[in-house]
Design a binder for this molecule. Structure first.
Ligand SMILES: [Zn+2]
Length: 287
């Protein structure tokens, strides 16, 4: 409650020239799931190109590959080839850095909470993660092992699979998620910190606080960012990620969000800049 008052005061002050997100670096991390759909494909490309021009940086596009049963089943049903899907990932890779978006659901869907059927099967997760990563790298699509989890699913098994598979960054950490999955329990271990942090040896993460679009209300994202971190986000070395699906992204709204963040003092970070921050040790150790 108090932090909400603080946010309101800070945001009101922003109009008077105070920039409450000064020093905070944002990184868009897209969850790319439906490139077989022409509109989704066009949205991702438009966003990544616009973002590149606007910030001189590349967004991060985490993708599901055709090796994931959940996508393979979709592609089969609409007659879209794996080769054509790879071509669309390659086009997205021209304007963004590719990572893996993990969805490990087996087909057919057996549960209304489909994430449940792999919670207890870390072997399945690790194997598919290995195969999809190799597929992306074999085709020259992923240069750094970057991950974001489907359904925001994250627990110790997933983290172990990420470490075993040599992932360097995971952008699944998030606050205020809408289920009681292991993700939420994982995050309750520590307070969110708007900095790159070490999740496990060699694996760094940053918190996602808000969708990049979806709310037409100006200042919604800065407000949520301030609320998530109790207003304490000023200063160098702060890192926050923003997410969007490919299929529900409204590009003009997303661009307005980026401009809004800039007007509140925020800047944008590339994957290379995140790697440099990690290298010089400006990170926080998670408990
Ligand atoms: Zn997803």
């Amino acid at each position: 409650m108090l932090s909400h008052v603080v946010d309101s005061v800070l945001l009101a002050a922003a109009g008077a020239g105070i920039q409450p997100l000064l020093g905070v670096g944002f990184v868009p991390v897209l969850h790319v799931e439906r490139l077989q759909d022409d509109d989704s494909f066009a949205r991702v490309l438009e966003f990544c190109r616009t973002y590149e021009v606007m910030t001189s940086r590349r967004a991060i596009s985490t993708v599901i590959t055709p090796l994931a049963p959940i996508l393979a089943n979709e592609l089969l049903s609409v007659g879209f080839s794996h080769q054509a899907y790879m071509g669309r990932i390659a086009a997205v890779a021209e304007h963004s850095d590719i990572g893996l978006h993990g969805h490990f659901l087996r087909c057919p869907v057996e549960s209304r909470r489909p994430v449940h059927n792999y919670w207890s099967d870390s072997g399945l997760v690790a194997k598919q993660m290995r195969e999809e990563s190799s597929w992306l790298e074999t085709h020259g699509l992923m240069r750094t092992r970057v991950y974001s989890g489907g359904w925001w699913h994250l627990n110790r098994s997933v983290v172990a699979a990420l470490v075993a598979n040599g992932f360097e960054f995971d952008f699944t950490p998030s606050v205020g998620r809408y289920n009681d999955s292991p993700t939420a329990r994982f995050h309750r271990r520590g307070s969110p910190n708007p900095a790159l942090f070490e999740m496990a040896p060699g694996l760094h993460g940053a918190w996602a606080v808000s969708g990049i679009c979806g709310s037409p209300r100006i200042s919604a994202v800065p407000r949520r960012t301030l609320a998530a971190f109790g207003g304490g986000v000023r200063g160098a070395g702060r890192v926050v990620t923003l997410y969007s699906h490919d299929w529900d992204m409204d590009v003009p709204s997303a661009v307005r969000t980026l401009q809004d963040l800039q007007s509140h003092g925020a800047h944008f970070l590339s994957l290379g800049e995140l790697a440099s921050m990690r290298a010089v040790g400006s990170t926080t150790k998670e408990r």
